[in-house]
Design a protein around this ligand. Sequence first.
Ligand code: XBP
Length: 265
Amino acid sequence: MIRSILWDVDGTLAETERDGHLRAFNQAFEALDVPWRWSEERYGELLSVAGGRERLIHDMQCRTRAPTNPHEREALAGRVHRCKNEFYATIVASGALPLREGVRELLEDCERAGLRLGIVTTTSRANVEALLKTHLGTDWESKFAAVVCAEEAPRKKPDPQAYLLALQALQLRSHEVIAMEDAPAGVAAAQAAGVPVIVTRSHYLSAVKAEDALAIGPSLGRCEGWRPTAGARTKRIGLEQIIRWYEQSPWTSPCDSHDSRTAVC
Ligand code: XBP
């Protein structure tokens, strides 16, 4: 029986990367006189590195004008990252990053059905706060029984740490929850924690393949294009459909021992 749905943030709740983080990174580079910018394409490549600060440090390896000393690189990445998060909050507050289609409705389905909700992300808490405050109101946190962000789970996805911490916080076993993800690293993190995953493809990851996912499709806002197919009775992917996929799937948790009550992260 499903007791909770755990949500990834960037790419899953909202298309935050191209129009949010990327824009904000470039604004931060400019504000801090950093002599390079990221193109949409380059940022797509860099998304294979989880975490904005880690992404900056990784990119500096191929920047001839980046500091050569690792401590200076760390310090620069920290400065740019903090500044980026401030620009990001302004972008979010402007309303430029709506929730993806069908997300709000599915959150409401869960609330009505008494399912607990969780956030499991490797993004910084400030970014989650900015996004969800804008869309769900200042009391957004009261809607979530567990919120695990980069600060709580420093080992970024695909490491399962963030999922294990959420299971622990909810006192649930892996097969009692479902993860909503868009990225291979997120899918791998959930599956390594034994959690079944539903994948909604996002802008940068439109070709993502997730053979072992419970279901994969283009958007929660429509029923077409999903594998396995979704019943055409409603116009969106609702909780009923998710439960149907869950019940029909041969999924058995490979880590049933991921009993959150004993899991050690
Ligand atoms: C997304 C990320 C983040 C964001 C930027 O994580 O990897 O790094 O791109 O956010 P998820 P920060 O898909 O788990 O939400 O700058 O705060 O890292």
